[in-house]
Design a binder for this molecule. Structure first.
Ligand code: NAD
Length: 504
């Protein structure tokens, strides 16, 4: 990876000391100020590594959402952000990125304590990629342009891209910092005001992002945060008559609700980034099986398997399945051992909550009941009972119609299936209601290109997995949603076009 954040190396005990002194902010951020929920309603947020309550968080309802949307609308109408000169907006966003980078340790701790991911992953993945998104997006601001139509001699016609107004960004818990920036950076870059609703499992990094936006010079009311439960605060926001767009990342079930809410209210625009069950194919002609197994392990066990584009359906050509499973088991043991997420050596933390741990363990029971064979893991690891851990788990003898091959588990569970040949692998890969990502390992350029052409999904990786940069759109087909994050296209999705026809 070509990006990194500069922070002095620290030991487990250094991080623990910093964690105990960390300020945990659970209030809403509305119109430039931290405020309690109306009626002081609150809910606890819990550290999944030990089940301790970290702090109380505002439990927003309609009244809080109304206040945030009103502040966002007023800021938009005032124009101090929406009509700011593009390069001034760019400079402000770059200042904001610098401030965020200076607080890298705080962000790393906030998400690690709140949702359990290893601190090293925050420092090496989430924070650098979030900053990259913010800086790339800022740099795009004065590269956006409309177009002039080629119309009759007596006409001048052109198309403008204008901001939408108030955008609701509703985000999940698996990459709280990163997924939030993937949404709010392009929404703000396009000149909109934002009301952000973090997931209730991971509410703590969003308030600091919003505070730093104002410290960087961002006008109050342009970036607001409302905290709360999905079915209360999230629903009130998505149904709000004065919100112009919902930018949603989360489960397919809730993504579908977003489309219903838009229809039940003001037909606001909706973009959805939802779940997946992505196929990762290894052909027998793979050049380096060890390397493929390393990426396969990272693709399904990285971030505890709580990754939308996890390559959780491993489709292996007949003949190499034994060697592949052996290599995958080795890589899982070497590279994805569960431990204390504040220890910089830890590569896998607990899952986000006890409830989610039980859900994933439930799928492991289903896999056994369906006749799959457990090659590794299949339980909560011993010695870590205080946390919501699940060991890296590999199932063989899976067939594509089993529930564990078709439903998103969102945990460290790999299903290995055997394909007879390339055509069989492609057919199996596409047999899914999801269509987020797909990967293939092969030395045969014809198979690689045909797979890239025919895989029914938004992102294809050949001889790597989950790779990419800011140029490439991130998003899915089918029930994986319709939105695109990153890339220039994402910024345009936070604008609306206007055709202007001038008769001369
Ligand atoms: P979720 O759908 O339960 O929640 C996502 C957000 O929606 C949260 O902020 C939640 O509070 C809110 N919400 C829940 N119910 C709501 C309702 N009725 N009305 C309004 N808002 C509501 O998802 P999650 O469990 O937080 O995240 C995991 C899911 O996110 C997985 O399915 C994963 O694949 C998906 N995801 C997708 C991408 C992508 O880019 N495609 C990226 C990350 C995660």
């Amino acid at each position: 990876m070509s990006v990194s954040v500069s922070t002095a190396p620290k030991s487990n005990s250094d991080w623990k000391k910093l964690a105990s002194a960390l300020h945990l902010e659970g209030r809403h951020f509305i119109d430039g100020h931290f405020v309690h929920a109306q009626g002081n309603s609150a809910f606890p947020t819990v550290n999944p590594a030990n089940q301790n309550i970290l702090t109380q968080v505002a439990r927003g309802q309609s009244a809080d959402v109304n206040a945030a949307v009103q502040a966002a609308r007023a800021a938009f109408e005032k124009g101090s952000w929406s009509r700011m000169a593009p390069r001034a907006r760019m400079a402000l966003m770059l200042r904001w990125a610098n401030l965020i980078e200076q607080h890298s340790d705080d962000f790393a701790l906030l998400d690690t304590l709140d949702m359990g991911k290893p601190i090293s992953e925050m420092l090496n993945v989430d924070i650098p990629l979030g900053l990259l998104c913010l800086r790339f997006t800022a740099e795009c601001i004065d590269k956006l342009s409309g177009r002039v139509g080629s119309t009759a001699h007596h006409v001048l016609s052109y198309v403008l891209h204008q901001p939408l107004g108030v955008v609701a960004c509703i985000v999940p818990w698996n990459y709280p910092f990163l997924m939030t920036l993937w949404k709010i950076a392009p929404a703000l870059a396009a000149g909109n005001s934002v009301v952000l609703k973090p997931a209730e499992q991971s509410p703590l990094s969003a308030p600091l992002l919003a505070r730093l936006f104002v410290e960087a010079g961002g006008p109050p009311g342009v970036l607001n945060v409302v905290q709360g439960l999905g079915e209360e605060c999230g629903q009130a926001l998505a149904l709000h008559m004065d919100v112009d767009k919902i930018a949603f990342t989360g489960s397919g079930e809730v993504g579908k609700l977003m489309q219903i809410y838009a229809g039940q209210s003001n037909m606001k625009k909706v973009t959805t980034e939802c779940g997946g069950k992505s196929p990762h194919v290894v052909m027998a002609d793979v050049k380096d099986l060890e390397l493929a197994a390393t990426w396969a392990a990272m693709g399904v066990f990285g971030n505890q398997g709580e990754v939308c584009c996890a390559g959780s359906r491993l489709i292996v050509e007949r003949g190499i399945e034994k060697d592949f499973i052996e290599a995958l088991r080795r890589k899982a043991n070497e590279l994805h051992r569960p431990g204390d997420p504040l220890d910089p050596a830890t590569q896998m933390g607990p899952l986000v909550s006890r409830e989610h741990q039980q859900r994933v363990l439930g799928y492991i029971d289903i896999a056994r009941a369906e006749g799959a064979h457990c090659e590794l893991g299949g339980q909560a690891p011993q010695g870590l009972e205080a946390g919501a851990y699940v060991s890296p788990t590999i199932f063989s003898q899976v067939n594509n119609s089993m529930r564990v091959a078709q439903e998103e588990i969102f945990g460290p569970v790999a299903c290995v299936m055997v394909a007879e040949d390339f055509e069989d692998a492609l057919r199996m890969a596409n047999h899914s209601r999801f269509g987020l990502a797909a990967g293939i390992w092969t030395r045969d350029v014809d198979k690689a290109l045909r797979f890239a052409r025919d895989a029914a999904c938004g992102m294809v990786y050949v001889n790597s997995y989950m790779d990419g940069d800011m140029q490439m759109p991130f998003g899915g087909w089918k029930e994986s949603g319709n939105g695109r994050d990153k890339c220039m296209e994402a910024i345009v999705s936070y604008t609306q076009s206007k055709g202007v026809w001038i008769t001369l």
